[in-house]
Design a binder for this molecule. Structure first.
Ligand code: ZN
Ligand code: ZN
Length: 437
């Protein structure tokens, strides 16, 4: 709770938060110490399933691989889907926390890698379980059906789709609203929510460019894929600068460029990995067309005898928040946290697959961020212009959400948002907004 005590519709339900906090904090630290890679979240799924069972939810495990679904029916009313993702990343933790991870795992290429909850998905799980505990403990305060979705493999962009393909909605019913949240490097206590396109579409591509290998001393007998790839990387930087309108947004990053083994050997081929972020189908098509055209043209310019290969890797659709759903949810969040605590920071260039749960079911989506950074450290970094250096963001090996108050804020936000959509027990089954208590 903030130091200003507020009374809103959620107050009676949130009464037990202080009581359950120690258990939640222990659960969060346990998850943080034991992170698991995408689609390998078996221990995490077990912890979640045990908790859901303890809270009286009807539990289904193994949905879309390692996903877990809990359903709690409590009378007439909307079906409200609350989602947390629970996979970790191949990152070696450098937070220095006493509950830091030393875990390892095997990545999809069979490589042994360190594993860390560097995106905060452990926080999402703890916050959602806390909200479910509070809601399940106050059935007299709401009516409707809670659907809790604990999703694998968000980091691959395929976990939500895997759960949908595995019959998520046949098992758990079709939701009226999908609610999700992500911890972010903004001051703890702040909640950010943006209507409309709120997270970018991602297209990841692998590009193979083919030359002709030869001795490094004999360029006349080679077609050099290193020069071909280098020219391609530079020309790709013109896509956003020269082909996208000033008012539109796109990002084109070449995150990997691999070719060759030795100074005096001109290799046969080069590989690029390209990551593209866009917010509209039109801009996405323009960027993908431009990348394809440039890759092929640079190969031709080098005199390549074989066309390049472009393979799509992971893809995320743009995530679109329903404006009316944002209005209703943020009104409840403002009533609880105060006007200043709930802000609109605009769309993010990150990507998320939570939106698939809404588009696949026809439900509306409201997805928001909650701060995990020490407000004093944030303030100092902002003043000194050292935000990039001093405030670790998601996926950093130093990403470490401040447990207090981030955990309680995340629990409260999810609880308050759920109550904004569930019916009050005595209210008629109309779709109108709940009156505040
Ligand atoms: Zn992430
Ligand atoms: Zn994440």
């Amino acid at each position: 709770m903030s130091d200003v005590a507020r009374h809103d519709a959620a107050t009676p339900v949130l009464g037990r938060l202080a009581e359950i906090h120690p258990r939640l904090e222990a659960l969060y630290k346990d998850l943080h110490t034991h992170p698991e890679l995408s689609f390998a979240e078996t221990r995490t799924a077990g912890v979640v399933a045990d908790e859901l069972g303890r809270l009286g939810f009807q539990v289904t495990t193994g949905v879309g691989g390692t996903g877990v679904v809990g359903v709690l029916a409590n009378g007439e009313g909307p079906r409200v889907l609350l989602r947390a993702d629970f996979d970790a990343l191949p990152v070696r933790e450098q937070t220095g926390l006493d509950y830091a991870s030393t875990a390892t795992g095997t990545d999809p290429d069979g490589k042994h890698v360190p594993v860390m909850h560097a995106c905060g998905h452990d926080m999402h799980v703890a916050c959602l379980l806390g909200a479910l505990d509070l809601l399940a403990g106050s059935p007299e305060s709401w009516s409707g059906t809670l659907v809790a979705v604990f999703q694998p493999a968000e980091e691959l962009g395929s976990g939500a789709q895997a759960m949908v393909d595995d019959g998520l909605f046949a098992k758990a019913g079709t939701p009226d609203i999908v609610l999700g949240q992500h911890v972010a490097p903004v001051p703890a206590g702040t909640i950010a929510c943006h209507p409309g396109p709120t997270m970018a579409a991602t297209d990841a591509l692998r590009v193979r460019m083919f030359g002709r290998g030869a001795h490094g001393s004999r360029p006349e007998s080679a077609i050099d894929p290193v020069v071909m790839a280098a020219a391609t990387v530079m020309r790709l930087q013109t896509v956003v600068a020269r082909e996208i309108a000033g008012g539109d947004t796109a990002v084109v990053t070449v995150g990997a460029l691999n070719a060759g083994t030795k100074d005096n050997v001109i290799p046969d081929e080069a590989e690029l990995k390209v990551n593209i972020r866009t917010y509209t189908p039109e801009v996405r098509a323009t960027v993908l067309d431009a990348v394809t055209r440039i890759v092929n043209a640079e190969a031709a310019a080098s005199g390549a005898e074989r066309d390049p290969e472009i393979t799509a890797l992971e893809a995320f659709p743009v995530m679109v928040n329903d404006p009316a759903a944002v209005e209703r949810t943020t009104a409840a969040l403002r009533a609880h946290f105060g006007e200043q605590a709930v802000v609109d920071l605009g769309p993010a260039t990150g990507s998320e697959d939570c939106g698939i749960l809404a588009t696949a079911s026809g439900a509306r989506l409201c997805y928001w961020y909650f701060g995990g950074t020490d407000p004093a450290a944030f303030e100092t970094a902002l003043k000194n212009g050292t935000m990039g250096r001093d405030i670790p963001s998601n996926h950093s090996p130093r990403f470490a959400p401040l447990i207090d108050p981030t955990l309680d804020v995340g629990v409260q936000a999810m609880t308050v948002a759920a109550l904004a959509w569930l019916h009050a027990p005595s209210s008629p089954p109309a779709t109108g907004r709940r009156s505040s208590a």
